[in-house]
Design a protein around this ligand. Sequence first.
Ligand code: SF4
Ligand code: FES
Length: 255
Amino acid sequence: MSAKKGLHLTLKIWRQKNTKTKGQFETYKISDVSTDSSFLEMLDILNENLINDGKEPIAFDHDCREGICGMCSLYINGRAHGPDTGITTCQLHMRMFKDGETIVIEPWRSAAFPVIKDLMVDRSAFDRVMAAGGFISVNTSGNTLDANAIPVPKEDADKAMDAAACIGCGACVATCKNGSAMLFVGAKVSQYALLPQGRVEATRRVLNMVKAMDDEGFGNCSNTGACEVECPKGISLENIARMNREYMAAYADRG
Ligand code: SF4
Ligand code: FES
């Protein structure tokens, strides 16, 4: 059996000490990368090599490595989450790259997501937008109702589930020329607005979440659709339209 030949790659990686310092690209070579390994495993190997050479490893975010947590926020060769669609960086495989290729790796670029170090950005702006209204405040502990006690049309339940698939990764913001978070906020507003349990606070929710989004410095949507293309969870622009309708109705009703 012949040994599999791995990839020999040149990596141009953004290095930045902290939020206050200026960053720059640094070039690294890596050899014999298995095409079966994931992109993050490739970075793990690079970091092991750097540590063995007495150099500082590259800081990057990750947690689940299963496409669930939304942490692995890398901009690869000019695309959020790299050269594949419908996946996060942790689901990206090295078979998507060619032997001898140069790969450019950057952090998310958005004023609302400041760089913490190297490839890690601070996405706590999303947490603050969620804290402004991305929840229902009814107490659901104890006396749990049967799931069918409140009838929900199948089409609404499906749309709410589709919106709830958003993992808060921030690829929509990173890929938008305006740094808009409207796909994310639209998904979160829709997830609740489509269900009876979420309607109770819908007016307050959309007003507060849109205000928080603006306060965090995210830009506005200009309907280029780039966010939808790069979203790993297939969140539809339809959710932005629904958020806008919810917002207009809530604004008119605000009293
Ligand atoms: S809408 Fe898509 S791209 Fe934006 S945060 Fe949610 S999952 Fe990520
Ligand atoms: S590490 Fe959790 S989605 Fe990639």
